[in-house]
Design a protein around this ligand. Structure first.
Ligand code: SF4
Length: 335
């Protein structure tokens, strides 16, 4: 496998809400992404996954830790380096309507980053590139002079993708790019992203709230809960052999298309609400909803361990691969 193009090391992003309240949106997350890979980041709303995307892009200042892209610390770039960085890394947003200026034509929206980065000498060259991009995302040149409100949600997301591609980036952060779309359109947009990845050798950080959305697109997947990464492994390994109780619960919520299997399978229903990141539980942040919680879970934060080759988990149920698998001794169900 190639060298990581992105390395996120012990990243923290805390928001000071005043009155001594600190919201720990991201609280010590580490992972890396290889060139040409799709890394899926999954978790419920409010788990911090979008904050990670925005902090990697430099839209938020980090609180602690590092984000290294192509060997450079993205929070330490000078103005010239920032300019190059934004050519290399682009973002696709969840709500394609909110992210497109309603008063600009499609042509103006897609050309804007090209103008800022002075990519083309002539308007004709620039317009040709806009036409090319529209065709690459499954639209056509007739769409160039229309306005965002004239398009469906799926088409608007295609415009957002064309704009993200305008600077020929290497890396794309796709923040819930299909969540706002009809189910019938979601697969089309995922297929488009896959095709673009193959054609252009793109690397993706694909953020989603639902494991079924990242299943067919990701090489590796990280599962987040309340600002922490709780499991990380290859996509196949996560679906075939999930280890963390939270991942198991997320997977059990995905409907199975076969009605016989669907009827018989056991669902893990998580009780209780997602705790507040302002006052997270002590020890393991998942313990208030974990059906496997033990005494130690409230006392000690579980370490990040490689439980099987390339399969990392933060949970007291498991020991590091070097020490052998442990078994839980005292179970306090429903704690
Ligand atoms: Fe559940 Fe404890 Fe593992 Fe946390 S550390 S996921 S509470 S068993």
């Amino acid at each position: 496998m190639s060298e990581p193009i992105l390395q996120v090391n012990k990243l923290k992003k805390h928001f000071d809400l005043g009155k001594k309240q600190i919201l720990k949106a991201v609280d010590g997350v580490s992972f890396h992404v290889h060139q040409g890979e799709t890394f899926g980041l999954v978790g419920e709303s409010g788990c911090g996954k979008s904050t990670i995307g925005r902090t990697i892009m430099g839209l938020y200042e980090k609180t602690a830790g590092d984000v290294m892209f192509a060997g450079k610390n993205v929070h330490d770039l000078n103005e010239k380096e920032k300019f190059t960085f934004y050519r290399s890394m682009q973002m696709i947003f969840q709500d394609p309507y909110a992210s497109l200026n309603p008063r600009s034509t499609v042509q103006e929206i897609i050309a804007e980053p090209m103008i800022v980065h002075k990519m083309y000498q002539s308007k004709k060259e620039q317009l040709e590139r806009v036409y090319e991009l529209l065709e690459e995302v499954g639209l056509n040149r007739d769409h160039a002079n229309r306005y965002p409100h004239e398009f469906s949600g799926g088409q608007r997301q295609r415009i957002g993708i064309a704009r993200a591609l305008a600077l020929n980036p290497q890396f794309i952060i796709a923040d819930e790019p299909i969540s706002a779309l009809d189910v019938s359109v979601q697969a089309q947009v995922v297929n488009l992203l896959k095709k673009l990845q193959i054609d252009k050798g793109l690397t993706f950080l694909f953020i989603a709230h639902d494991l079924s959305m990242v299943k067919h697109f990701s090489d590796r997947i990280g599962v987040m809960y309340l600002g922490h990464l709780v499991e990380l492994t290859a996509a196949k390994s996560l679906y075939d052999n999930p280890l963390h109780p939270y991942t198991k619960a997320l997977l059990s919520a995905i409907p199975i298309p076969d009605p016989d299997i669907e009827e018989k399978r056991e669902r893990i229903i998580l009780e209780g609400e997602l705790p507040s990141p302002i006052d997270p539980p002590s020890g393991c942040v998942f313990r208030t909803r974990c059906p496997m919680a033990m005494d130690i879970c409230s006392q000690k934060t579980p370490q990040w361990k490689e439980v099987e080759a390339h399969h990392h988990v933060a949970c007291h149920l498991y020991n590091d691969v070097k020490e052998g698998r442990d078994t839980p001794k005292v179970l306090i169900k429903g704690k």
